[in-house]
Design a protein around this ligand. Structure first.
Ligand SMILES: *[C@@H]1O[C@H](CO)[C@@H](O)[C@H](O)[C@H]1NC(C)=O
Ligand SMILES: *[C@@H]1O[C@H](CO)[C@@H](O)[C@H](O)[C@H]1NC(C)=O
Length: 268
């Protein structure tokens, strides 16, 4: 984990990617196509020319949308994709250590984590609403068959973090740890705070068998733009252990962060 003291966070929201901006809802375009096809029958030469241009434009837009995987619902300006909640980062929240979640007394820290209920983020929704919003098929609600079940991304991430921490603590009890456990505990809680700050409302499909959000397209902020910005402002810091912090500012990375480009999945 990169640890820089005195780091201040001034967010300058990155502009939405072209994909996010262009991926308007599908049914809006379907009605445009319908209007176009009715106009073709009334056409003259000038109109036909206009129609050809419009058709070409529509085709290009359609291709861009396909490339952008328009099954994911795009954010409207200022609004989160699914819940419709305000997407602006306009709530001030102090991020801090220590917290009860990283108490030195592990019994007390474990109690704080154990009190978290990630199941709160499993929601029962109307299947028609889900279809209109381009959500993939998902598990039916086992009791209320009128509803289908989705998992809010942020709660799923909290769930994973909670499980990993639980297992980490179990290992700690049995193994002698020869690394600074405090740093790991700091990381667990930093990630919890991060997830809560992002409050990602993406609705993840599931069959109920460890596949939340698998093969599901989601709208993301632009990591490639973030990497580029970091490159343009690099401090040439190399994240390594065993040497003094100041001595880590000696190696530039040539603009590589080792993460996939234009994807969440594969190194190209
Ligand atoms: C840790 O906290 C628990 C619960 O509050 C308490 O019973 C225990 O004595 C504490 N352990 C230490 C080493 O302080
Ligand atoms: C996801 O896609 C991969 C590759 O197409 C497929 O093998 C896998 O079964 C899919 N998983 C789910 C949960 O749909």
């Amino acid at each position: 984990m990169l640890m820089l003291s005195n780091a201040t966070a001034h967010y300058h929201p990155l502009s939405q990617s072209a994909c996010a901006t262009n991926a308007v809802e599908n049914f809006v375009d379907d009605s445009e196509e319908y209007a176009l096809s009715t106009r073709i029958h009334a056409g003259n030469h000038g109109r036909l020319m206009m129609l050809s241009i419009s058709t070409a434009l529509l085709l290009i837009i359609t291709i861009i949308q396909a490339l952008c995987l328009s099954s994911a619902r795009a954010s409207h300006e200022g609004v989160l994709s699914y819940t419709g909640l305000n997407s602006a980062r306009n709530i001030e929240r102090l991020g801090s250590v220590p917290t009860p979640y990283m108490a030195e007394n592990e019994t007390e820290a474990a109690q704080a984590w154990s009190a978290i209920e990630p199941g709160h983020g499993v929601v029962a929704l109307d299947p028609q609403w889900a279809a209109i919003n381009g959500l993939p098929a998902t598990k039916a609600h086992p009791i209320n068959s009128d509803k289908v079940v989705y998992i809010i991304e942020a709660y799923h991430a909290i769930h994973c973090l909670k499980v990993i921490r639980l297992h980490y603590s179990a290992l700690m009890d049995e193994l002698g740890m020869d690394w600074p456990v405090e740093h790991d505990m700091h990381c667990f809680d930093t990630l919890r705070q991060h997830i809560m700050c992002q409050a990602d409302d993406t609705l993840l499909s599931t069959t109920g068998h460890r596949d939340a959000g698998m093969n599901q397209t989601r709208m993301c902020r632009d990591w490639d733009a973030l990497r580029q910005w970091a490159t343009e402002h690099t401090a040439c810091y190399h994240d390594t252990v065993g040497i003094h912090n100041d001595a880590r500012f000696e190696r530039c990375d040539g603009g590589e962060d080792g993460l996939p480009r234009n994807s969440l999945l594969e190194l190209s």
